[in-house]
Design a binder for this molecule. Sequence first.
Ligand code: AMP
Length: 402
Amino acid sequence: MTATLVLVINSGSSSIKYQLVDPVGGDAVASGLVERIGEPEGHIRHKVGERTVERRGRIADHTEGLRQVFDLFAETGQDLASAGVGAVGHRVVHGGEEFNAPTLIDDDVLAEIHRLRELAPLHMPANAAGIESARELLPDVPQVAVFDTAFFNGLPAAARTYAIDAKVAREHGIRRYGFHGTSHEFVSGRVAEILGKDPAELNQIVLHLGNGASASAIRGGRAVDTTMGLTPLEGLVMGTRSGDIDPAIFGYLQRVASMDTDSVDDLLNRNSGIKGLSGVNDFRELGELVELGDVAAKLAFDVYIHRLRRYIGAYMVELGRVDTITFTAGVGENDAVVRAAALAGLEGYGISVDEARNNAKSKVARVISPVASPVIVFVVPTNEELAIARAALRLVRNPGPS
Ligand code: AMP
């Protein structure tokens, strides 16, 4: 019997990332990236096993992009219409107040996703376009939306509420939603699995440090706090985003520098963080600059670590007892210097990193704290596509009450 596969789609404003996943074995059967949709020359890179096929040429919109991807699947011997695709799982950035779990997509759900557009104007229209295209191209396959905010939908009121006029907040849906939820849930689940424990028994801190970065505090399998808020701008210092700043900076820049709303938004989301401070946003380049004695790069690194430690401290207090601290995503999985600096000097709290374990290069989940450490420190590779594929197939097989 052939495995049921899930096509996972992550649409950005001018791109589509996709993977055909075997949710049981966990492997990506094929994967690829459509880029520069709507520009004069688009580009598709499609990978099956060791083989990569590329295509260049104008790609008018998301439907056209997906159509070409379907052609590439067929050309490389996997006709999606007959490949045993049991579900399409869509990564949807914002689930608003409404969506707290993976959801089977029908016309009403799609309309609601369109309605949530203002909460993430760069992402939601693209997510909706990806869904519409996939429904058109695979009309008989169930489509499932997996929301990046869902894991944080149940944050306690004190953690999700901004201290602003309650009426204004209610009227405009202003509250802390949190993002990267699929990753935080997947990674904390893997930690419980590795320890052979029920997630309900564990208090965890998860540090998702990629180009975007967020931390979460998870008590007994439920998220009780996270660093991102109404949008993914809040919290940790990131590759290009500032994370927390004094909100008055926004208005101040508009007044003294005559910047309009879009330029300040752009400054804080695209030209701040590590890039704004050092000129580079990739931690490999940042590390090299620091080694060369670059003062701006060292300051960027220090600001990044300072903010990270501030939240680790906050979450230790919130949780009271911490069993595990886990690093994940591009920086968290690969940068031993960041990991060591994030947890330096915390031996008094039962937290330390074993130098040899931390420096060992590996692509698998592993413990980097010393043997018998009171708090176990992990590095766990995240796999949002696999998490989405599993969630989608679970829902399709067991839809539950509607
Ligand atoms: P992600 O958003 O999870 O894909 O993470 C991407 C980021 O991970 C890149 O921008 C780099 O800053 C970082 N990264 C990837 N590989 C490494 C590495 N080997 N060492 C340090 N940082 C890395």
